[in-house]
Design a protein around this ligand. Structure first.
Ligand SMILES: C=C(O[C@H]1C=CC=C(C(=O)O)[C@@H]1O)C(=O)O
Length: 492
């Protein structure tokens, strides 16, 4: 990667014209494209040009909606409301498809390739890819998940970023320039799109998404498998665990929700972030479908050689009063629940020990309290061995026993053969990685695949040898309100 300019110009400066784009920005963009083109011709291969501007910090949903109106292609949304970080992208300059057992390695290699062939305007910028991975590449996909491959990373044409603690946001344009790319029309197109972006964001009322629309819409809701059948699957798995075939499995089920009108993605995201501020709120579009969720579970965050992850497992309801809430807390201290949780802690610790020089694990699990559900979580951190990417970590971590089971292969076989569900991207990693190997992935829980008027919600639960199928079913019911509420449905 080479940096052409280290400073980040503001979208609009003193000599700004009516469209809010300064002559300085126009000239720089043109210069970057020329440099990239010269290099592409010299090397006879594609060069990635990345142009970053400092822009006004809008509400991330405001920008997500503006990107819809720009009609530049598929969009994605990622917000961590508690920290103020957000990534919103539209279109694709580069799409990485990674398949099979080596999908994390292959994806990491492709990201490194584009990093090595990037020409950057804007200090500290490294090409940032957003995407996700199917839970289990060995399970054949069904039509439901058509468009969501085994592994997908997208470098958007436009990437808008809100950075924690910074007043200004950034907008990065990505352009893949081939030896034969004609530069004039390309830079003219990008300047045109920047002008449209300015005009569209300015035309949307500033407060449009700041408040979630809490109107309740009647939804038709149905279980994809009859509850008795699902409990039968759980009972059989419990018998196997009692016979000692394996120790833990997470079984999931799907719920369908539909309504007269297509679901409103922006309104869904607005409700999710208001109701679940301590989660990762995400949406990724493939064709007309959106995979959307608000997950509390971090899979891995890598920053400058440090890795942070968590064991999140075991659930209890929230109480209506403080006393009732405490009573439910005590449920999480029962040996069965602790055992379920510690299986996850131990597996993550051993996975990190393979790729880290130091690993620290919190001594005791903490409580993570969300609206209507609480969990046990243990913070785990480590110092990565030199050259390790966030994607290298995921290869070892995914799936943790919080979504798969233990031992991993036995549990995956149980899920593959008996769960009767195509999980698709549910419970898979979703998030971002940059060319330096930094990034953050969450586990795509509390999520739904939205296709027009129909949404398929996914909920799962961890079971051990002394689990009771009926209580496991009830526990999954604590998780459906996240997306039902997000979709505007009634939950109480
Ligand atoms: C698999 C899910 O939750 C996991 C995360 C937290 C608690 C869990 C549990 O109580 O078993 C699960 O391990 C889900 O929400 O679909």
């Amino acid at each position: 990667m080479e940096t052409v300019f280290t400073d980040i110009p503001a979208m609009s400066e003193s000599e700004t014209g009516e469209d809010g784009l300064s002559q300085h920005v126009v000239e720089r963009l043109f210069f970057l494209c020329q440099e990239a083109s010269a290099r592409a011709s010299h090397l006879q291969q594609s060069v990635l040009a990345c142009f970053t501007l400092s822009v006004k910090r809008y509400d991330p949903l405001h920008v997500f909606y503006a990107f819809r109106r720009m009609e530049m292609g598929e969009r994605f949304f990622w917000e961590v409301p508690a920290t103020g970080q957000a990534l919103i992208g539209v279109g694709s300059a580069v799409t990485i498809n990674a398949q099979g057992a080596n999908r994390f390695d292959d994806a990491a290699e492709a990201v490194r390739f584009y990093q090595d062939h990037a020409l950057v305007a804007g200090d500290e910028y490294s090409p940032l890819f957003f995407g996700g991975f199917r839970f289990d590449p060995q399970r054949p996909p069904t039509e439901l998940w058509h468009g969501f491959p085994e592994g997908l990373l997208i470098l958007p044409r436009f990437l808008y970023q809100c950075h924690p603690g910074r007043e200004q946001a950034t907008l990065t344009l990505h352009m893949l320039i081939e030896p034969e790319t004609a530069i004039e029309p390309l830079s003219t197109l990008f300047i045109e799109q920047l002008r449209r972006f300015n005009a569209i964001v300015a035309s949307i009322p500033v407060h449009r998404f700041l408040q979630a629309n809490d109107e309740v819409t009647p939804l038709r809701i149905s279980n994809v498998l009859p509850p008795q059948e699902w409990m039968g699957i759980v009972a059989k798995a419990v018998e196997k665990m009692q016979r000692g075939e394996y120790q833990k499995v997470v079984l999931a089920r799907a719920v369908e929700a539909s309504r007269e009108l297509p679901f409103d993605i922006e309104a869904t995201l607005a409700r999710l972030r208001v109701n679940y501020p301590n989660t990762f709120v995400f949406a990724i579009q493939r064709g007309n479908k959106y995979f959307v969720g608000a997950t509390p579970e971090r899979l891995a965050r890598a920053h400058n050689g440090l890795i942070e992850t968590m064991a999140l497992a075991s659930s209890a309801p929230r109480g209506k009063t403080e006393a009732e809430d405490r009573m439910f807390e005590r449920e999480l201290e029962r040996p069965k629940t602790m055992h379920e949780h510690l299986i996850v802690v131990d597996m993550i610790r051993s996975a990190l020990e393979q790729i880290c020089s130091e690993v620290t694990v919190d001594k005791k699990p903490q409580l993570l309290k969300l609206k209507n559900i609480q969990h046990l979580h243990t913070h785990i951190a480590g110092r990565l061995l030199p050259g390790c990417y966030v994607l290298d970590v995921m290869k070892d971590l995914h799936p943790t026993p919080a979504v798969g089971g233990f031992p991993r292969e036995k549990a995956l076989e149980e899920i593959r053969l008996h769960e009767k569900l195509d999980r698709g991207w549910y419970a898979g990693p979703i998030g971002w990685v940059d060319g330096n190997g930094n990034g953050e992935f969450a586990v795509a829980l509390r999520s739904a695949l939205i296709d027009g008027q129909k949404a398929t919600l996914f909920v799962g639960n961890g079971m051990v040898a002394d689990s009771d199928p009926e209580s496991e079913f009830r526990e999954t019911c604590l998780k459906t309100p996240v997306m039902l509420r997000g979709l505007g449905g009634e939950c109480e």
